[in-house]
Design a binder for this molecule. Structure first.
Ligand SMILES: C[S@@+](CC[C@H](N)C(=O)[O-])C[C@H]1O[C@@H](n2cnc3c(N)ncnc32)[C@H](O)[C@@H]1O
Length: 250
């Protein structure tokens, strides 16, 4: 939870208590920010009391989740994803956002001072550290900071790992990437206090879902060709067999 003495002063200016609308804290392949204008029409209307719970078992960058947290009155929330590095970052934002902000500020200022060649060296050093640091109790904040740094500076915000689970995306070409958006992270931190965050298969959400649950599930797309690899959010592939299971399950 928030340590109030550390809290940045932010002006609350909407009904939900955020200083400005929440937005995804990372880029994510298949992210639905551009399609929100269509998806929002499918959400229950403000005076529909049928749905009390919101469940998004393949949350990714959470474009719809954040829209819902900005605009809807669900009482309980459940999000999950098979990508444990991603879910670790959601959890750290929820439970220890100030340490994360501190680490991101250090990364941001170190990175911005460098010339192009030095930036490249720095990027690959962080990528090596990310790959060689095992995700465990003592490394959660460090891993979350590296995860956000890599997402903001790598090619197209892609998350791709090889079969050895090593993140292998090359550096992107951004002049001044915004590695730390403190206000958005703080707002997300407040919003996530009411969200149950789970790392694992979408099927785990079954225990949360009942008649009053609105479920949004956005599985990976089929690859556009046999060699295309853009569904690799994780070292475990998601394929048509899994899509079949999602259909049966929902
Ligand atoms: C198309 S993306 C979701 C994008 C998200 N709607 C957004 O706006 O960013 C699909 C997500 O499903 C996750 N995923 C793949 N297989 C999964 C599984 N078996 N269970 C849960 N999540 C899974 C991927 O890690 C990825 O984040």
């Amino acid at each position: 939870m928030t340590n109030k003495s550390d809290a940045k002063i932010i002006n609350i200016n909407n009904d939900f208590g955020y200083s400005k609308p929440l937005k995804p804290f990372i880029k994510w392949v298949g992210g639905k920010s551009q399609l929100l204008y269509k998806l929002q029409k499918l959400l229950p209307s403000a005076n529909d009391n049928t749905y009390k719970k919101y469940c998004e078992p393949m949350v990714g960058g959470g474009a719809l989740l954040f829209y819902v947290l900005n605009n809807c009155n669900f009482e309980q929330f459940y999000i999950s994803d098979i990508n444990c590095e991603l879910i670790n970052t959601y959890k750290v934002i929820k439970s220890n956002v100030f340490t994360l902000i501190h680490k991101l500020r250090e990364l941001q200022s170190a990175f911005c001072e460098l010339n192009k060649l030095e930036k490249k060296d720095f990027y690959y050093q962080i990528r090596d550290k990310f790959n060689s640091t095992e995700l465990n109790f003592s490394t959660v904040e460090e891993k979350a900071a590296y995860f956000i740094f890599l997402n903001k500076t790598c090619f197209n915000g892609l998350f791709r790992v090889n079969k050895n689970r090593q993140f292998n995306v090359p550096m992107g070409d951004y002049e001044k990437p915004v590695i730390l958006d403190e206000e958005n992270l703080l707002n997300i931190h407040y919003a996530l206090q009411k969200v149950n965050i789970v790392c694992g298969d979408y099927s785990l959400s079954k225990s949360f879902i009942d008649n009053s649950t609105f479920v949004y599930i956005d599985p990976p797309y089929r690859p556009i060709s046999e060699t295309s690899d853009f569904t690799s959010y994780n070292s475990v592939e998601f394929d048509d067999n899994c899509v079949y299971l999602v259909t049966v399950y929902c």
